[in-house]
Design a protein around this ligand. Structure first.
Ligand code: ADP
Ligand code: ZN
Ligand code: ZN
Length: 820
């Protein structure tokens, strides 16, 4: 008898053994999905990770595999090795990794909801079981797999559904689809009235007096080959305008004359349509130098850090590197933080790489993600994947290069649920498994990566000049405490200098960005009489006031209530906002500059991808002149008309009880400042702070990243923090605070017996309760050279020991390796 070891999509430590039925023996392979029974009457999609003939011990009854879903494995060999590494380094289970790695569409389970595609037409006769499943859908569109199983009485309904999915008859439901409308694009074609040469002759005669329209029409005919039925190609409005250099009114002129006609077309989401590919830009001298330095580094090292200021052309360099790797027939993965994947970057890459580009984004539906998965599994042509952190799990065949852009971004770390992996660090491991090179890019590298570059582990390439040698912005700190004392900033968030600069910019037709890393109107509301502050009932935080909806909202759990008319403690009616968020800035912009169009960019206004892109689009096309926002503003956006950036309150970024607070504050402020000034004109950054003499403010003013990094490194080595020590956080949560407190103490003491002073805590985090669970943390500071396996064994044994305490069951425990 043959046995299969499988991983279940559950947080289980072990793999499970199932018997392989005789008829499956010749076809089953490692990396295939199978349907298995687990627990009471529940089915799961499991992954085969080993096949063997070892008899399992007789204590437990071995069940048989229920069905095989794939004749060909859906995983490639190195993927399993990659999963195992993640589980072992990030102290989680293989089941956790499996759950994160596979798109939902590929891991059906009893609860998965399936919907019927009522446009489905069968191309070949359906099997009786398939027909039976579809029959159940009469009158209902959605059913969960367990309901389907009950209604059809079929034992292996999962595999039937899987085959119906392949045929397009049903699809699994997704939650993520919200706000993702099909994308439409406007195309241009020749009007039917002007299809003949004579007709065109006529129009060209008329156009003699409209040379711009003539030029545009010629360009159109050239690009679209409209007169040549064999080579005729579709041409988008956008592309026509761009490549002719004409403005919209000229095109509109031709449309009015009836020569050209617009039509709308829905375009695919996986690929951005382009008709003709563009040539690569040639690199500037500085860029060429950086490019060849990267190659020199790659000759000796696998990883290279590209430290290049905003708009120095890092992306341009990536494009050249990608082109080179694709030409060699290898694949490329280009990672960006979720929010930085915008139409801007997608179109830029699509213009050059055309259908070789695949985009993998969390806002894509599950079906689309499965589509991308399958393309990578089957495609033999080299491909470029532009994706978010989870694209690391795609079935790559042969990666030659991984680019981690904006490598300092903390959103590369997955917080919840496990695996709590860091996509940048994990990318390095994946690259190693493929023999690929990795380039980490940033204008403000993480201290960790910079340290690795200084110590010679990574190559370091610097690119300090902006493309076209435009000037770096002039950063001016403004002392708001002094201004307030002198009554020069009464009842306003804007210093006189900021107002003056904004006025100047607007008068010149230039744009302005205002940054405050807090959304809502005010982070805290206080009763003027008794000092009462409204707090969340689930979490230990104060509620943020959102004036627009007149609501108090918890930013941790979403709990909200209407703003009370009076204080519930003392009935006083004056509730007073303290501090300020983006909403308040927006309101003040309206009073200061009533004629000016302004918009706000934060999670509240950009809930959906479409809303986000619309706000950016409006700003790019100069329909709005002032953009107010949170750190969402700082993510790799390329605008060319911003002359003033206002940072309204630097202090709220700096005063955080976290050893990374200064690193982050520097990165954020430098990134936001980098948006100011392009091309010929130098931009201005007004940095409002009540601590103008703070060393960090001065470092930002001088734009001195290396010095900031040196100071941080000194501190971290002194206080035993990364990159000198590895941190592992043990997070304990419970509804019962006293049990939690007691057991956290016992836990820490037990650990201390073995690890001594490497154990810190238990500590109560700044926010002590989230979503009704109290939290305690134990911190381990481990020598960087220590191997992870013995640590895992030790942690496991302590965890087992803790089971002796009965109330330990009331605790939820997880590890966070390299927490951020
Ligand atoms: P970064 O990624 O460092 O912010 P980008 O690559 O986005 O910089 O470049 C900034 C701007 O300068 C972009 O609009 C880009 O098209 C332009 N640019 C940069 N390098 C070149 C080049 N070699 N040729 C033409 N345009 C360039
Ligand atoms: Zn009160
Ligand atoms: Zn809450």
């Amino acid at each position: 008898m043959k046995y299969a070891e499988v991983i279940l999509p559950l947080p289980l430590r072990d793999t499970y053994t199932y018997g392989v039925p005789i008829d499956l023996e010749p076809v089953i392979s490692i990396g295939s999905r199978v349907i298995v029974h687990f627990g009471k009457r529940r089915y799961y999609t499991a992954i085969v990770i080993d096949l063997h003939e070892r008899e399992p011990n007789e204590e437990y009854e071995v069940k048989e595999i229920h069905a095989l879903l794939d004749a060909v494995p859906i995983l490639r060999r190195p993927q399993l090795r990659f999963w195992k590494w993640i589980a072992s380094y990030y102290l989680c289970t293989l089941g956790d990794v499996y759950k994160a790695a596979l798109p939902t569409g590929l891991k059906l389970e009893s609860e998965t909801v399936v919907s019927y595609n009522d446009e489905f037409i069968a191309e070949s006769p359906l099997k009786p079981t398939e027909q039976a499943v579809l029959d159940v859908f009469s009158g209902v569109l959605k059913l969960s797999l367990s309901e389907l199983e009950k209604k059809t009485g079929l034992r292996n309904v999962l595999s039937v559904v899987a085959s119906l999915m392949k045929k397009g008859a049903v699809e699994v439901n997704e939650q993520m689809k919200q706000g993702f409308a099909p994308k439409k694009q406007t195309f241009v074609r020749l009007s039917d009235d002007y299809k003949g040469e004579d007709k065109l002759q006529e129009i060209f005669v008329k156009l003699k007096r409209a040379p711009k329209q003539e030029h545009l029409l010629l360009r159109f005919l050239d690009l679209s080959q409209a007169l040549n039925p064999l080579r005729n190609q579709e041409l988008s409005k956008k592309e026509l305008l761009e490549s002719s250099g004409c403005n919209l009114s000229i095109l509109e002129g031709l449309v009015k004359r009836g020569v050209l006609v617009y039509y709308e077309k829905e375009v695919g989401r996986l690929q951005v349509p382009v008709c003709r590919l563009k040539e690569l830009h040639s690199l500037s001298e500085n860029q060429r130098k950086a490019y060849s330095e990267i190659h020199e580094q790659f000759a000796q090292k696998d990883t290279c850090l590209l430290h290049g200021v905003t708009s120095s052309g890092k992306t341009e360099i990536y494009i050249h590197l990608i082109d080179e790797v694709l030409r060699k027939g290898r694949q490329v993965l280009y990672l960006l933080p979720e929010i930085a994947i915008t139409t801007q970057i997608t179109e830029r890459l699509a213009k050059i790489f055309g259908d070789k580009l695949l985009v993998y984004h969390s806002k894509f539906s599950d079906n689309e993600r499965v589509e991308i998965w399958n393309r990578l599994l089957n495609e033999t042509e080299p491909l470029l994947v532009l994706g978010v952190r989870s694209s690391l799990f795609l079935p790559f065949k042969d990666l030659g290069l991984i680019i981690v852009d904006e490598e300092h971004e903390s959103s590369y770390k997955q917080q919840d649920p496990a695996p709590r992996y860091h996509a940048r660090n994990t990318a390095l491991v994946l690259a190693n498994m493929h023999g690929a090179k990795t380039i980490l890019g940033s204008a403000t590298p993480s201290i960790d990566s910079y340290f690795n570059a200084l110590s010679g582990k990574y190559g370091l390439v610097e690119l300090q000049a902006r493309y076209g040698n435009s000037l770096k912005p002039n950063i001016i700190p403004v002392d708001i405490r002094d201004l307030k004392r002198k009554k020069l900033m009464k009842d306003t968030l804007f210093s006189p200098l900021l107002v003056e600069k904004i006025e100047d910019a607007l008068a010149q037709g230039e744009q302005v960005i205002l940054f405050q890393n807090r959304r809502g109107f005010a982070p805290v509301i206080e009763c003027k009489s008794c000092g009462w502050i409204p707090r969340c009932i689930n979490c230990d935080v104060s509620l943020t006031y959102h004036k627009y909806r007149n609501e108090l909202v918890c930013h941790y759990c979403g709990y909200k209530i209407l703003l009370p008319h009076q204080c519930p403690e003392c009935n006083h009616v004056e509730l007073h906002p303290m501090g300020f968020g983006t909403e308040q800035i927006e309101e003040e912009v309206k009073t200061h500059f009533p004629q000016v169009k302004a918009e706000r960019l934060d999670i509240d206004t950009a809930r959906t991808r479409t809303a986000y892109e619309r706000i950016l689009d409006n700003f790019e096309q100069r329909k709005t002149h002032i953009l107010i926002g949170t750190q969402m503003l700082s993510k790799g956006l390329d605008f060319d008309n911003i002359s003033v950036v206002g940072i309204l309150h630097a202090d709220s970024l700096m005063n955080f009880p976290d050893f990374r607070a200064h690193e982050r504050a520097f990165q954020l402020m430098a990134q936001v400042s980098g948006r100011a000034g392009r091309r010929e004109k130098q931009g201005t950054v007004i940095l409002q702070t009540s601590q103008p003499n703070h060393s960090l403010i001065q470092l930002i003013e001088k734009d001195d990243y290396p010095q900031m990094a040196r100071l941080q490194l000194t501190e971290r080595s002194m206080f035993r923090y990364p990159p000198y020590y590895r941190l592992i956080e043990i997070v304990l949560r419970s509804r019962n605070e006293s049990v939690l407190q007691d057991l956290a103490q016992v836990y820490a003491n037990t650990l201390r017996k073995q690890l001594g002073e490497r154990v810190l805590g238990p500590v109560t985090p700044p926010v002590t309760r989230v979503q009704t669970l109290y939290i305690r943390k134990i911190l381990l500071k481990i020598e960087i050279a220590a191997a992870i396996t013995p640590i895992r064994e030790l942690l496991d044994s302590v965890y087992c020991e803790m089971q002796r305490y009965l109330p330990f069951k009331q605790l939820i425990v997880h590890y966070d390796v390299d927490p951020l």
